[in-house]
Design a protein around this ligand. Structure first.
Ligand SMILES: *[C@@H]1O[C@H](CO)[C@@H](O)[C@H](O)[C@H]1NC(C)=O
Ligand SMILES: *[C@@H]1O[C@H](CO)[C@@H](O)[C@H](O)[C@H]1NC(C)=O
Ligand SMILES: *[C@@H]1O[C@H](CO)[C@@H](O)[C@H](O)[C@H]1NC(C)=O
Ligand SMILES: *[C@@H]1O[C@H](CO)[C@@H](O)[C@H](O)[C@H]1NC(C)=O
Ligand SMILES: *[C@@H]1O[C@H](CO)[C@@H](O)[C@H](O)[C@H]1NC(C)=O
Ligand SMILES: *[C@@H]1O[C@H](CO)[C@@H](O)[C@H](O)[C@H]1NC(C)=O
Ligand SMILES: *[C@@H]1O[C@H](CO)[C@@H](O)[C@H](O)[C@H]1NC(C)=O
Ligand SMILES: *[C@@H]1O[C@H](CO)[C@@H](O)[C@H](O)[C@H]1NC(C)=O
Length: 489
């Protein structure tokens, strides 16, 4: 090898080193920037629900669960604890099985004793556990039942199972119908690393006065975040004895929660249904919130005329499955050609009024029910509209079916079922409305992110495409336009 070629070789290798060095210099800073950026994004994403312990854990152990912890809450993060008993279960099981999905929903129905040995436990039911013996605890409520002690402790016994990836403990009864998709929508709004107690009070004021407005009523169901459950189980057995005079398990839990100082986060989609008679008025003017639960499925009237209770709830659940977020959501519109008002409760019922009523009026539930304890016409924790004037009543349509209409839309049909609320109005305003026997509603599916925004009732319009068919009204439900309002002329 000549000396010149040696020099060349040397130069070349030096150039090579330099080029590597330059490449590193060029690539590294952006790379570092990228790392910095991801780090920032990570922090930013967590800001609304920042948890220092969790942050430390994530950066010191870098374990898989910590990464998972940033995933949005889904159904697998919820552990249901259902209060059951061997006596009530056979009759209530059909309702629970309407929403229970064996490989999806997690949890147990807690029994007072072992079910009969000669009967195999069905795969379609939640698995059961038998509650621990509670005879050592005090219970002194003279008008109550000491099974309340057992129900109070379901939270503790559920917690002590030590199941992985549980973010929320959701308590309910065996006569509660849950709408799991909407339960997830609601819980996903809250940071499960914080201390949350989420549910709703009773509809009947007389119940809230006795059991406290702060109680998240157990039949409507309530959710307790993991860290709150962790704190509660430490003092729970003490609470059971300290609050021995309290009637219900939900009250004892509330008393215990108040010792920790955590407040009730109220969500209007949980329904204790402390209501007698027909739920119609409430379901036809549901609050603008996802439907999470309905309790007392066995005591209220059937939801649809000429159906049994189980059939009614089955029908509602079928509609819910077509568009979980939209179920029972109200839309109000006017037909200014005919001076009619229309109120849609999606997946359940449509009301037609032969006059122009304000949105303010139509948002108020028709008083088709009584209070829980004294069977009085009021008071409730929301306003009600009287149904006593026959000329103020709507013509009522009930869901017949829902189908996919393509383009992410659904088409639902509502039929007039004889005389439910209308009738005996002597004016002739009803003549034209009574000729309508079908209402067709199209609606886009209501996505979960809409529930993270300020709640607003969606709009609707009366369409002209009924091809002159007087017996059908066609409604299109949609998000409201800017500056759109339900304002009579
Ligand atoms: C729920 O989230 C976890 C992450 O925590 C994920 O591993 C799992 O696949 C999700 N499950 C469903 C049903 O989406
Ligand atoms: C189980 O036994 C009880 C009586 O002990 C009886 O009433 C019931 O019908 C039996 N069930 C079945 C599935 O055999
Ligand atoms: C519960 O415990 C008490 C007292 O220890 C006992 O008398 C009772 O039989 C137990 N009950 C059950 C169902 O095991
Ligand atoms: C239960 O009540 C009795 C009588 O009031 C009392 O003596 C006892 O200490 C109580 N037990 C517990 C565990 O608090
Ligand atoms: C609708 O009401 C307006 C006044 O509010 C009235 O002028 C109009 O004639 C009514 N139209 C019908 C079809 O009744
Ligand atoms: C009948 O309709 C007219 C016009 O829309 C209205 O002024 C009147 O109050 C209605 N009557 C009843 C009883 O609702
Ligand atoms: C229906 O037709 C009337 C006139 O025929 C029109 O004023 C109105 O805007 C139409 N409504 C819709 C929703 O298309
Ligand atoms: C209303 O819906 C029913 C059932 O889907 C359908 O048969 C009918 O043609 C629809 N009517 C109108 C006017 O769209």
């Amino acid at each position: 090898m000549s000396s010149s070629s040696k020099v060349l070789q040397h130069l070349q290798s030096w150039k090579f080193t330099l080029s590597i060095f330059l490449k590193i210099c060029l690539v590294l800073p952006p790379f570092l920037l990228l790392i910095f950026f991801f780090h920032k994004v990570h922090l930013y994403n967590r800001t609304p629900q920042f948890n220092f312990n969790h942050y430390i854990q994530h950066y010191t152990t870098n374990t898989a669960p910590a990464v998972d912890d940033r995933e949005p809450t889904n159904i697998s993060h919820i552990l249901f604890g259902l209060a059951g008993s061997v006596k009530t279960w056979p009759k209530r099981r059909p309702y629970v099985e309407l929403y229970w999905q064996p490989s999806v929903t997690k949890g147990f129905v807690w029994m007072d004793q072992n079910p009969p040995e000669n009967e195999t436990w069905p795969q379609t039911s939640p698995p059961y556990k038998v509650s621990a013996n509670t005879s050592s605890f005090n219970y002194t409520c003279w008008y109550g039942d000491r099974s309340a002690v057992r129900l109070t402790r379901i939270l503790k016994e559920s917690f002590e199972l030590g199941l992985k990836n549980v973010r929320w403990f959701v308590m309910g009864d065996d006569d509660t119908l849950f709408f799991p998709e909407n339960l997830v929508t609601v819980l996903a709004k809250y940071d499960h690393n914080d201390l949350y107690y989420i549910g709703a009070d009773s509809e009947s004021v007389e119940q809230d006065v006795i059991f406290s407005y702060k109680t998240a009523f157990g039949g409507g169901g309530y959710a307790i975040s993991y860290p709150l459950a962790e704190e509660l189980v430490k003092i729970l057995d003490g609470c059971v004895n300290r609050y021995a005079q309290l009637y219900g398990g939900d009250q004892k839990i509330q008393a215990c929660v108040s010792e920790i100082g955590v407040q009730t986060t109220k969500e209007r989609g949980f329904h204790q249904v402390d209501i007698r008679g027909s739920l119609y008025g409430l379901l036809a003017s549901h609050p603008v919130a996802p439907l999470v639960s309905l309790h007392h499925v066995e005591t209220v009237d059937q939801l649809f005329p000429s159906s049994t209770r189980v059939e009614s709830y089955k029908k509602l659940v079928e509609a819910y499955k077509m568009d979980p977020g939209r179920i029972l959501q109200q839309s109000i519109c006017h037909d200014l050609q005919r001076n009619w008002s229309i109120s849609v409760s999606w997946g359940y019922s449509v009301q037609l009024y032969p006059s122009l009523l304000t949105a303010k009026e139509l948002e108020i539930a028709l008083g088709t029910f009584q209070t829980w304890k004294s069977w009085s016409d009021e008071p409730f924790v929301f306003n009600i509209r009287s149904v006593s004037d026959p000329c103020g009543r709507p013509v009522v349509y009930f869901l017949d079916r829902v189908e996919s209409a393509g383009g992410g839309e659904t088409r639902s049909t509502y039929m007039r079922y004889g005389d439910v609320l209308e009738k005996k109005c002597n004016g002739d305003n009803y003549t034209a409305t009574m000729r309508v026997d079908l209402v067709n509603v199209t609606a886009p599916r209501l996505t979960r992110d809409l529930w993270n925004k300020a709640p607003r009732r969606q709009c609707c319009e009366v369409m002209n495409d009924s091809n002159g068919v007087e017996s059908t009204v066609v409604i299109k439900v949609r998000g409201c336009h800017r500056f759109e309002s339900v304002t009579p002329p």
